[in-house]
Ligand binder design. Structure first.
Ligand SMILES: Cc1cc2nc3c(=O)[nH]c(=O)nc-3n(C[C@H](O)[C@H](O)[C@H](O)COP(=O)(O)O)c2cc1C
Length: 319
């Protein structure tokens, strides 16, 4: 079984609607760090839903990709694991942390933290169905009255997980409040499999500080990478004593943003790609002068050529 930690101990966090193939290509162009898909629902895969198939299909990507699955039925996990193995996944991650109502109401995502026997069965069936490493991503617990990350971690290890990721917030917290790295540290001390810590990492220095504090094997980064794809590689380098790049210049931001837009249009078509590009473009330029006015103009566009021209004018105006 291959070891994903041999590539890097820094991981991009899975984010629905964001961590697609264009985004992975952008991150890979910035340097090292482990990449993941958006979550693919096992029941949608079984129905041969084209969008889920597209998410799960990571064939021909020139770097290892973890594919994340979400659902509640162990049998469907086994079927989906076989399919994503054939579709080029490097390893499989099971989402047991998603707080979103639509997912939780189907007893999936973080709802599985309240049903350990079912969670164990899902892990066991997935492990049986594939030769790839299977990992699990979960939270601190359901809410403050039900903090069970340590017990849950032990269950994952016992059920055959190759490694685990802990996001230091409860389901009730969603993404608010501060992530609790004490619980991440406790989890690390209670299992032998590698543990990845996740929550609020927004700089190489913070990554190192949290890694040293908790003793975890890896660091996962989510929101701080939006509009800042250089962060993953910078964290990797900092943790390994390698040079960290300076704040990107205006021309580097422009180049990355245009490259990203191009990849989105290529992957989703002009209309779809332009629509998805809006949030990314907004994140890239958010700290720049007159960003609000630029975004308002950009968000009205559906035409790739006009978008490129607007971006060009925006950056030329700042020189
Ligand atoms: C927009 C968005 C979408 C997310 N989608 C997923 C997902 O599909 N699967 C998952 O396991 N976590 C998902 N997460 C949670 C992140 O992977 C991560 O655990 C969380 O953002 C905390 O890390 P951060 O503080 O570095 O952002 C999502 C988070 C955000 C903000």
């Amino acid at each position: 079984m291959h070891d994903i930690f041999s590539h890097s101990n820094v991981f991009m966090a899975p984010m629905a609607g964001i961590t697609d193939r264009p985004w992975r290509t952008i991150l890979a162009s910035c340097g090292q760090g482990n990449l993941i898909s958006e979550m693919a629902a096992v029941n949608a895969i079984q129905r041969q839903n084209p969008k889920s198939y597209q998410i799960a299909n990571v064939k021909d990507e020139p770097y290892p990709v973890v594919v994340q699955l979400v659902g509640n039925d162990p049998r469907l996990f086994a079927d989906a694991a076989k399919l994503v193995t054939d579709l080029g996944a490097y390893s499989i991650d099971i989402n047991m942390g998603c707080p979103v109502k639509k997912i939780v109401n189907n007893e999936a995502g973080s709802a599985l933290m309240k049903d350990l026997p079912r969670a164990a069965e899902i892990i066991e069936e997935t492990v049986k169905a594939t030769s790839l490493p299977v990992s699990v991503k979960f939270r601190k617990g359901w809410d403050n009255e039900h903090i069970n990350a340590v017990e849950f971690a032990k269950m994952c290890e016992y059920s055959g997980a190759a490694y685990i990721t802990v996001h230091g917030r409860t389901r009730a917290q969603g993404y608010s409040g501060e992530a609790d790295w004490n619980i991440i540290r406790e989890v690390k001390q209670s299992v032998k499999i590698p543990v990845i810590g996740n929550g609020d990492i927004d700089s190489p220095q913070k990554a190192k500080e949290r890694l040293d504090f908790s003793g975890v094997d890896g660091i996962m980064i989510g929101r701080a990478m939006l509009g800042n794809p250089w962060l993953l590689h910078n964290v990797h380098n900092y943790l390994h004593g390698l040079p960290v790049s300076a704040k990107p210049t205006l021309s580097q931001i422009k180049e990355k943003l245009l490259q990203h837009l191009h990849l989105l249009v290529e992957y989703y078509g002009e209309r779809g790609g332009m629509a998805i590009s809006r949030k990314h473009i907004g994140w890239y330029v958010k700290s720049l002068y007159e960003a609000k006015r630029f975004r308002e103009q950009y968000n009205k566009l559906y035409d790739f050529a006009m978008a490129q021209k607007l971006i060009d004018d925006f950056f030329t105006g700042m020189e």
